[in-house]
Design a protein around this ligand. Structure first.
Ligand code: BES
Ligand code: MN
Ligand code: ZN
Length: 495
């Protein structure tokens, strides 16, 4: 999708459709709807339909008007933004996605969106572009009659400092494209996204944007004594991949070094502790954390913050076989800690244990991991918030800032020492499963044993990496969650 900025009055923009936000500044007894635009002609053009009472400005409500009087646009799309007092860039991001999804479905290929007057122009440009990219993705890759309906060109109509707004647009486009790059990877089924293919895609991307990339196989994993990672990989005929991406810009200080560690389980059958058949097909998205880190590195390479960043993706299938590990087995992680395997389906924490340890060994001073780690986080937070766990309040606060700017939803969960008792083992240092209760927390406690004293954040995206339904602003399928926050965090990491 091409993106361009226009500083013309919205009414003067020649386009197939002009999208404008409408808000409600009334109280709860009586709506008072208005177009959030400084352009009088736009206000005039919306007056009649608003006066009719048909437009309530409810969140995500869309109204399409043909041949709007006084505007050069062929159509006018009113985007309901809800209460004026609460409207923010977070909402605009969704509205831009909703505009894309509603217009591309009608066969339109280009449109313009007017930046609402009530928002800061650069934040609004950013949100509109990011949201439009999110809305432009569809997962129907393998349909023979795939129409591949997409918006090809988006114009953002704004006023303000041109170079500042152009920068906002260029950066947002990098972020939006990178988020869709992640969704591309996650959308592929496991027969088309093996660990090897994931490694190839990382290499290809690295070459395109100028990152260092190494992809190692089983030999290196064994040589590094990654006994936890290997214990998962050993059961599969499909070779595992240890993917390392490095971003080391000239002029960056030696420290800090941010480590991004991703769970790249390209299919999770559960292993010998096999999962029920119902819904197992969805376990192709168990590499979403890894894909997110690859996509984040893409955006980082293009945005060029002055800070060193290393990404480690532990990619493998989790399969039952004659070679697969069994419940009761004891494995020695790279850090030297011994792990009693209680449930072979708790494999994500195993691959991450070695990924986190290796990141520290490579010099990372701060760690973030992302993983579709537990069903329990879905029980706790549903599909709305991802779970955040942090062993360092300062790092959490900084991440929270990035989260708010990026417009993503995550909720902090506890890591009290008391939970550690639940994963104590009789035979080894630690068990890989603490059972159902507090399952998301005990999984995080397990990871904490490998992050140790290094400031670390764990993102459990099991409930948020996959949209269960079509939404007005995003298609059912891979969401690309956490990419925007990670990139935002990385960009401000050195400040
Ligand atoms: N990949 C799953 C977690 C998951 C569940 C991701 C639902 C996406 C949607 C993970 O490897 C897993 O199987 N976790 C187990 C852990 C348990 C055996 C301790 C779980 O959550 O049931
Ligand atoms: Mn599992
Ligand atoms: Zn898994």
């Amino acid at each position: 999708m091409k993106t361009n900025l226009s500083f013309t009055n919205p009414a003067e923009v020649e386009t197939d459709c002009l999208a404008v936000v409408v808000l409600d500044r009334g109280d709860k007894d009586k709506a008072d709807v208005f177009a959030d635009s400084a352009d009088n002609a736009v206000n005039e053009a919306t007056k009649d339909v608003i006066a009719s009472g048909e437009v309530a400005a409810k969140p995500l409500e869309t109204t399409l008007i043909h041949k709007p009087a006084g505007l050069k646009a062929k159509r006018l799309l009113l985007l309901g933004g809800g209460k004026a007092s609460k409207f923010s860039a977070f909402d605009l991001r969704k509205l831009a996605g909703a505009a894309v999804r509603s217009l591309k479905g009608r066969g339109l290929r280009s449109f313009a969106i007017a930046v609402p007057q009530s928002l800061k122009a650069d934040e609004a440009v950013r949100a509109a572009v990011e949201g439009a990219f999110v809305g432009n993705f569809d997962p129907d890759y393998y349909k023979s009659d795939r129409k591949d309906q997409k918006i090809d060109a988006l114009t953002v109509v704004a006023s303000g400092d041109p170079s500042n707004l152009q920068k906002a647009m260029d950066e947002a486009r990098i972020v939006g494209e990178s988020q869709n790059f992640v969704r591309d990877l996650v959308n592929e089924p496991s027969n088309r996204m093996t660990p090897t293919i994931l490694g190839d895609r990382a290499k290809k991307m690295a070459q395109e944007v100028g990152l260092q990339c190494e992809v190692y196989g089983a030999d290196k994993i064994k040589e590094l004594k990654m006994g936890a990672f290997w214990s998962v990989a050993q059961g599969s005929d499909e070779p595992p991949a240890l993917i390392i991406l490095k971003y080391e810009p000239a002029g960056a200080p030696e420290k800090p070094v941010l480590g991004l560690v991703g769970k790249g389980v390209t299919f999770d059958t559960g292993g010998i502790s096999i999962k029920p058949a119902d819904g197992m097909e969805k376990m192709k998205y168990d590499m979403a954390g890894g894909a997110t880190m690859i996509g984040a590195m893409r955006a980082i390479a293009l945005l060029k913050p002055k800070v060193k960043i290393t990404a480690i993706i532990c990619a493998t299938e989790n399969m039952p076989s004659g070679k697969a590990q069994k419940p009761g087995d004891v494995q020695i992680a790279m850090s030297g800690k011994s792990i009693e395997i209680i449930n072979t389906d708790a494999e994500g924490r195993l691959v991450l244990a070695d990924g986190l340890h290796y990141a520290k060994q490579l010099g990372c001073t701060h760690l973030i991991d992302a993983a579709t780690l537990t069903g329990a986080v879905v029980v706790a937070l549903g599909y709305v918030n991802a779970g955040i766990f942090a062993n360092d309040d300062k790092m959490y606060e900084r991440f929270k800032n990035a989260l708010d700017k990026a417009g993503e939803k995550m909720w902090r969960m506890p890591l009290d020492e008391e939970y550690k008792d639940i994963i104590k083992s009789n035979i080894a240092d630690i068990m890989n499963s603490g059972g159902r209760y507090g399952g998301a927390v005990t999984a995080a406690m397990f990871l904490k044993e490998f992050a140790e004293d290094t400031p670390w954040i764990h993102l459990d995206i099991a409930g948020t990496a996959w949209m269960e339904d079509n939404k007005p602003w995003i298609a059912k399928g891979p969401s690309g969650i956490a990419l925007r926050s990670l990139v935002e965090f990385a960009r401000s990491f050195n400040e």
